[in-house]
Design a protein around this ligand. Structure first.
Ligand code: DGT
Ligand code: CA
Ligand code: CA
Length: 576
């Protein structure tokens, strides 16, 4: 079974964490962390590189020693150095790192001073008031730890869909190859394209159910078998994700696929529609008494209920049945209709590639244009550009555009919104740009009205084109700042500017419901990658999945326009 980059990166991160808990050499720790990042970002599967004898030490930050460890992990799933380290510390000590506010240094203190090696011991120590006595921790931290432990117990773990995708692809390929298998389909929230998923639901049509189930529970990536039956089995994979597999008879396949795709709210609405006809709809089919009305395909189930096929992305009971009845389901946007990305960084700020490299990659991917939008000067950690450096970049882009054929680099900047809503760069420079993105990168803690009005003021700047990641959330990590998105949408409409759907799988900001509201209000969206390197082009896939959940069509999205029309729309956002 091929091991994925994310798995290799995870092992290196674990190495770095364990070394840091032990108080090892900081340079060594840093080397493992950097390597983990490089591996995770690599567009090529390292397992493939190893299999074809490529020299891994050509990757940035990977020396001979790390390259050898990568080869070891690809071959065996682990490496001797990691196993040795694990042996010197309690087996569950890295669980402590899953609590917000606990990094390796604090875990080291907890372990050294109080011999705390797992979450249970941590809870006992916190409840016993022993953590407040530790150097650098204190009573407030003890309180935070107790709250975090409680919160962790209450929320079942979810995963970014984009992270789970390679695991799902490998597993479905594996099951597809099992003898007797005719079809494998992913259902559930994964099929609906949700930004995070709780577990993976697979449906299988097979001539030999027992063989299929046996093959599933013996899959290499399985960590634990939770249930092993004839028609249903569940496992957790080594990555932690739970997978449910159901074997379904051919006559019920469509009904089962519909049922297990959900959402629950959509299913209930569909069942009601069946009941109005005195029929019954469940995972086995659509029935009139004992008589089967439909069941083999989803299309047949919908058709029997006088409905066109409703795409899975829309099945949230947010008006899709009504729209289907009136024959006004949206013609959902696809990745192919995007003609260019309007939010990208280069090595001038916190990106990894040059303007020319980013442009070449975008052209290679079939795009017509790309906007370069590095950070502005306030964001010093990201090496933000001041007026002078921005002007240099503008000249660089003008020169590059002279050489390019059938491709245009647009000049832009992601300008920080200051606390009072003013912009971080001088208006005279902003006038030289094609695109001015405004974004909040600090002062997340303002009251809702203050935050909302701060952003609205930035939108009012005569040069503003759109607001990037308008709510600032990081999925599974950081909630949105307090902001009234409905007011932002109304203001964008009135001001005549746009809002972003940021495709970074960790952001997906605006979310699906907000996108739907933009569409209803007639406020155009821009779907961007927010690329910090060439490989981030993939973020478009996640962005489009979210856009489809937000009912967006190509006409609702600005960067589906050909360059000439785009330029006209951009110019129209500019006030004198
Ligand atoms: P997740 O896994 O939390 O991301 O979300 P889902 O939507 O994949 O939910 P899951 O895995 O619990 O169940 C898969 C689908 O099965 C769900 O979308 C709808 C259907 N389903 C599950 N339980 C029920 C239920 O009690 N009633 C109905 N009508 N459908 C259900
Ligand atoms: Ca699920
Ligand atoms: Ca499930």
């Amino acid at each position: 079974m091929p091991i994925h980059n994310a798995d290799i990166a995870q092992r290196f991160t674990e190495m770095a964490n364990l070394l840091e808990i032990k108080g090892d050499n900081p340079f060594r720790i840093r080397a493992y962390r950097n390597a983990a990042q490089v591996i995770e970002d690599s567009a090529d599967e390292l397992a493939t590189l190893v299999a074809t004898d490529k020299d891994l030490s050509e990757l940035a930050g990977i020396g001979q020693e790390l390259a050898a460890k990568i080869a070891e992990i690809v071959a065996s799933g682990t490496c001797a150095a990691l196993e040795k380290l694990r042996g010197t510390l309690p087996p569950h000590i890295t669980d402590l790192l899953t609590l917000p506010g606990l990094g390796p240094k604090r875990v080291r203190t907890l372990y050294q001073k109080l011999d705390i090696g797992d979450l249970d011991a941590l809870r006992q120590a916190a409840e016993g008031g022993r953590i407040r006595e530790l150097p650098g921790l204190g009573e407030k931290t003890e309180q935070h730890i107790l709250e975090a432990l409680k919160a962790q117990a209450n929320t079942s773990r979810r995963y970014l869909r984009a992270l789970v995708r390679p695991y799902v692809d490998s597993l479905t390929n594996y099951l597809q190859a099992v003898k007797g298998v005719n079809r494998v389909t992913v259902a559930g929230s994964y099929r609906r394209g949700r930004e995070t998923i709780g577990d993976v639901d697979l449906l299988v049509l097979t001539d030999h159910p027992p063989e299929l189930m046996q093959a599933f529970v013996s899959y290499d990536e399985v960590r634990e078998v939770l249930a092993h039956g004839e028609t249903k089995s569940s496992v957790t994979l080594k990555s932690g994700v739970q997978v449910d597999v159901r074997v379904v008879p051919a006559d019920s396949y469509g009904a089962a696929l519909h049922y297990f795709t959900g959402s629950k709210a959509h299913n209930i609405a569909m069942r009601k529609r069946a009941q109005q006809r005195h029929w019954k709809l469940n995972e086995y089919g659509l029935f009139d008494g004992e008589q089967v009305v439909a069941g083999q395909t989803e299309e047949a189930v919908f058709a029997a209920l006088d409905l066109p096929f409703i795409p899975p992305s829309l099945r949230e009971n947010r008006g899709e049945l009504e729209a289907a009845m009136d024959d006004r389901l949206p013609d959902l946007i696809t990745v192919e209709s995007i003609r260019g990305n309007l939010h990208a960084h280069t090595s001038a700020s916190d990106g990894r590639h040059s303007v020319a490299e980013m442009a070449a990659a975008a052209q290679q991917a079939g795009h017509e244009y790309l906007a370069i939008t590095d950070h502005s000067k306030r964001l010093t950690v990201a090496h933000g550009l001041d007026e002078e450096r921005l002007i240099e970049q503008i000249e660089e882009i003008d020169a590059l555009n002279e050489q390019l054929h059938n491709f245009t680099i647009l000049k832009g900047c992601e300008v920080d919104i200051l606390e009072d809503g003013r912009l971080d760069l001088d208006g005279a420079v902003l006038k030289l740009l094609d695109i001015v993105i405004v974004a909040v990168h600090h002062k997340f803690n303002l009251l809702q009205d203050e935050q909302t009005e701060r952003i609205m003021r930035a939108m009012d700047h005569p040069c503003t084109t759109f607001v990037a990641h308008p709510t600032g959330r990081l999925l599974l990590q950081r909630p949105p700042y307090a902001v009234d998105v409905a007011r932002l949408i109304a203001h964008a409409r009135q001001r005549g500017c746009f809002l972003e759907l940021n495709g970074n799988p960790q952001r997906l900001d605006l979310n699906d419901v907000h996108c739907q509201a933009c569409r209803q209000a007639g406020v155009p969206l821009v779907i961007n990658t927010d690329a910090h390197q060439i490989d981030d082009h993939n973020h478009l896939v996640a962005g489009i999945a979210q856009a489809r959940r937000g009912w967006l069509t190509a006409a609702d999205v600005i960067n589906t326009l050909p360059l000439k029309k785009l330029r006209r729309r951009l110019a129209a956002t500019r006030h004198s």
